[in-house]
Ligand binder design. Structure first.
Ligand code: GLN
Length: 241
């Protein structure tokens, strides 16, 4: 059994340790004896919609999002939609999350079109949200670090990933953090998010493996270190002024 991961636009969309999510997904698969191949896709390269089981789309600056948006308005956007329709899973963080939605309207300049794969819409807010982000998901605690000026609002086809306990999350108004739609996950948690939130990593792995291998029961791992790190980070977040 093998797992194929595509890291989308790492040169432009991979800030605040987001690459650690790809490392975590690969390592948690390898610990279970699953072979892993990871490929990067940069703007201007050709995305093969049939190859990857799992996509990672990290955060980036507005200008990088502009370049990536243009690439997503080309054949690569259709290929990525085709990949999702074919059962591929995705984790998107912050800027990547915004670009899987309908559009991101920055503080200055025209709207940046998104892929429209997630029913979310983002517009720049007056205050940049920066700091530890602690939220409660049905599957467990979600802890990370947020740094965004985009405020994201969910449409009816998306549901929140978690409820904000400390920090701002999607928009600082409705207490939602992130979004779930099919096998697509969006979150504002940088950090990287997956090492300290093993439930999220394994949820994505299970979805990704199902694409070509059917249901794969994941052997439990000893997550004592990961959960100790999650508790410690959550404790720090609770002291957030
Ligand atoms: N440029 C976007 C914003 O500020 C995304 C930032 C990010 O990916 N951290 O909201």
């Amino acid at each position: 059994m093998d797992l194929r991961i595509c890291h989308l636009y790492p040169d432009l969309m991979c800030i605040y340790g987001d690459r650690g999510n790809v490392i975590t997904l690969a390592q948690r698969a390898r610990w279970r004896g699953i072979g892993v191949e990871t490929r990067d896709l940069e703007a201007g390269e050709t995305l093969d919609p049939d190859w990857a089981d799992l996509y990672f789309f990290g955060g980036g600056q507005d200008q990088g999002q502009d370049v990536v948006s243009t690439d997503l308005q080309s054949a690569n956007g259709n290929a990525l939609r085709q990949a999702f329709a074919g059962g591929a899973a995705a984790l998107s963080v912050c800027g990547g999350y915004q670009l899987l939605g309908h559009e991101y309207v920055p503080a200055e300049g025209p709207a940046i079109p998104g892929l429209g794969a997630m029913d979310v819409t983002t517009r720049a807010g007056k205050v940049r949200f920066v700091g530890n982000l602690l939220a409660a998901a049905p599957q467990g605690t979600l802890i990370g670090f947020e740094n965004h000026s985009g405020y994201t609002y969910l449409g009816p086809k998306a549901r929140p990933l978690a409820t904000v306990l400390v920090g701002h999350g999607n928009n600082g108004e409705d207490k939602t953090e992130g979004a779930l739609q099919g096998r697509l996950v969006g979150t504002y948690c940088h950090g990287s998010v997956l090492p300290k939130n093993p439930w999220l990593a394994d949820m994505l792995l299970a979805w990704a493996l199902e694409r070509r291998h059917g249901t794969v029961p994941l052997e439990p791992l000893d997550d004592s270190d990961e959960l100790a790190a999650q508790r410690a980070a959550a404790e720090v977040a609770r002291t957030r002024p």
